[in-house]
Design a protein around this ligand. Structure first.
Ligand code: DMJ
Length: 643
């Protein structure tokens, strides 16, 4: 296609094109007719190319590599017919700009170029008259303007969406006075942990309760992002500690800033910060939490810029540069890290109407589905450059754990509509049962680890969460094996309780063996520590909700007393280095997950079931409750965000 208006069809002689003689006195650029003709030909070819590209290039919005078909259900406010294609926009803009510029009188073109040059020259002359300080001040003002603009853009209000059913977010007061008293004790422990963090570690990520100062680990980079505040918010809320909740909210509103030059763990930031902020938003309805969650998610997105779309483990929040942990199988990403984003990312798409988050996690899922799995098991390592598995190590504990948890929870969170996730969970659990779950000589069911074709008969404290997961997934299991999975959950709870009961402090070690006459006991010195982890108590709570067997409250109370006796110090709570020693030393860290998870699960264990009922809420892996998206029951068509 040609654009006749641009060709000298009439043979009209164009006046010589002067490219700003005053600016270039030695290069009087008077073009001859043949040169002008060539110039116009090039211009017309460019426009033809642009039109061709506009009509024949595929629309990038149709280039979604995968389509689960759940988008309409989970993100009802994304109208695919109206989806914006940046490529089309850029091409259109170029065409119109060129037409506007070249389609007019060449004399006008000449004048415009001259005027532009003169203006630039004037500005340069003005600048040269100014002192160095004046110029610097001007640069600073410009910089400030840009920062202000960016801030304004960042805090744009988000489109309203109908809130899901937020049932049972208060009270849960138990009728039994003895249970009430225990619950109050747990609340008091929360207050002790919070008050000391407030006093000695405020704004830091965590607290050193003995040194009485702030603490941080490399998962948060060198940032001071108040991890404990964000992680603790929802626990404070459900415990009715509203003044403390407001203090946290105020700090977040005024100080939580993600434009920091800090390299953080994508997984940890997702589960603790995004999960924590989203839960705080749903519970309290305070917009600030939603806005911060969305801002932070934007900072994590560059981590997905890898050849496969499997994210890096770490990302620099400022530069967006990502990389993997040096120790992870030849530069691999880790299953439990890139596989534990789904819940939060689906909620982000739901709340913003932007499918970008949903597409990222669905891409990961589809890629995993296409891969061969040795013995049906998912190895813990996957190379984000090649898309190949790293070392064949499979675990339901560290490095693998929450990937399986999120398959099940994706199904639950979608009101059981995401049957693809349920199938992946069922397949994975069947392979795990076949290859990793065994009974010890003493009759304890345990989950071992698969390392290059060999079963290591060792179970981690982290693995103990699986008891709760099996119970949670019992309903809806394949071949109606609900009874079987509930029983499996009970057996894992029992084994993990034994790992606590066989220690001096009645607190569980980091890892325990079932080998050479040893049962549920740590063997190596560096596996004897307890760092205030929640997984065993988490399983007690799920088992309690599904069975109401009083032994789970009994076991939970034993753990509460042990924590209060051996981990409590005047400056908060600390982990201990050896649970088999009667005079343990402290590790001097009050982990943020102690407030987010351990104390929350204990509190729920001693609350009535109407507090955060499991039909309406799904807990992320950091114990942050996110509502089930009962989209079928909401009045979507009436909401302006959808039109
Ligand atoms: C928590 O941060 C999360 O539960 C995570 O999934 C693994 N473990 C820690 C606490 O032990």
């Amino acid at each position: 296609m040609t654009t006749p208006a641009l060709l000298p069809l009439s043979g009209r002689r164009l006046p010589p094109l002067n490219l700003g003689a005053s600016a270039f006195p030695h290069h009087r650029a008077t073009l001859r007719l043949s040169e002008k003709f060539i110039l116009l030909l090039i211009l017309s070819a460019f426009i033809t190319l642009c039109f061709g590209a506009f009509f024949f290039l595929p629309d990038s919005s149709k280039h979604k590599r995968f389509d689960l078909g759940l988008e309409d259900v989970l993100i009802p406010h994304v109208d695919t017919r109206l989806q914006f294609s940046p490529l089309r926009y850029v091409i259109l803009f170029k065409i119109f700009h060129t037409l506007e510029f070249a389609g007019g009188d060449p004399g006008k073109i000449e004048n415009k170029i001259r005027a532009d040059h003169e203006k630039a020259l004037e500005e340069a002359k003005e600048k040269l008259k100014k002192s160095r300080d004046e110029i610097q001040a001007e640069i600073q003002t410009e910089k400030n303007k840009v920062v202000q603009e960016l801030k304004k853009k960042d805090s744009k209000p988000l489109p309203p969406v109908p809130l899901p059913n937020l049932i049972g977010i208060n009270s849960g007061e138990p009728a039994d006075p003895d249970i009430r008293e225990k619950r109050n004790k747990i609340k008091e422990m929360m207050k002790h942990a919070w008050d000391n963090y407030r006093q000695y570690g405020w704004g830091h990520n965590e607290l050193k309760p003995i040194a009485r100062k702030g603490h941080s680990t490399n998962i948060f980079g060198n940032s001071q992002m108040g991890a404990t505040i964000v992680d603790a918010l929802d626990t404070l809320y459900i415990m009715g500690l509203h003044d403390e909740f407001r203090e946290g909210q105020e700090w977040i509103d005024k100080n939580l800033d993600f434009s920091v030059n800090s390299e953080v763990s994508v997984f940890e930031v997702n589960i603790r910060f995004i999960g924590g902020l989203l839960a705080a938003y749903y519970l309290s309805g305070q917009e600030v939490f939603k806005i911060k969650a969305v801002q932070l998610a934007g900072k994590l997105l560059p981590a997905f810029n890898t050849p496969t779309g499997i994210p890096w483990a770490m990302v620099n929040l400022k530069s967006g540069v990502g990389r993997n942990w040096g120790w992870a199988s030849a530069g691999s990403s880790i299953l439990a890290e890139f596989g534990t984003l789904h819940m939060e990312f689906v909620h982000l798409s739901y709340l913003t109407g932007d499918p970008v988050y949903y597409n990222k996690v669905m891409h990961i899922r589809k890629l995993l589905q296409k891969m061969d799995r040795p013995n049906g098991l998912y190895p813990n390592y996957l190379n984000p450059r090649t898309g190949r598995w790293g070392q064949h190590h499979t675990s339901v504990g560290g490095l693998g754990d929450s990937f399986y948890e999120y398959l099940l929870k994706a199904w639950l969170m979608s009101d059981k509509m995401d049957t693809e996730a349920r199938k992946m969970y069922d397949d994975a659990i069947e392979a795990i049962e076949k290859h990793l779950i065994r009974k010890s000589n003493g009759g304890l069911t345990f989950i071992g680890e698969w390392k290059n074709g060999h079963l290591e008969r060792k179970m981690g404290h982290l693995t103990c969460f699986a008891g709760g997961m099996f119970a949670l997934g019992a309903d809806g299991s394949r071949d109606d094996k609900a009874g079987h999975y509930l029983q499996l959950g009970a057996e894992i709870a029992h084994t993990c309780h034994e790992s606590y009961d066989r220690t001096t402090l009645k607190l569980g070690p980091e890892a325990f063996k079932f080998d050479g006459g040893v049962e549920a006991v740590a063997v190596r010195q560096n596996e004897k520590y307890y760092i205030l982890r929640p997984e065993v108590i988490e399983t007690y709570w799920y088992m309690w909700r599904f069975t109401h067997d009083p032994k789970y409250r009994q076991w939970g109370w034993e753990a509460t007393q042990a924590i209060d006796k051996y981990c409590r110090v005047s400056g908060g709570f600390s982990g201990v280095k050896d649970v088999y020693s009667s005079s343990p030393t402290y590790d001097d860290v009050q982990q943020s997950f102690f407030l987010a998870e351990t104390l929350k699960y204990l509190y729920l264990l001693f609350s009535s079931d109407d507090l955060l009922p499991l039909d309406n809420w799904v807990f992320n892996t950091e114990a942050h409750p996110l509502p089930v998206l009962h989209l079928a029951n909401t009045t979507l068509s009436g909401n302006p965000a959808y039109r």
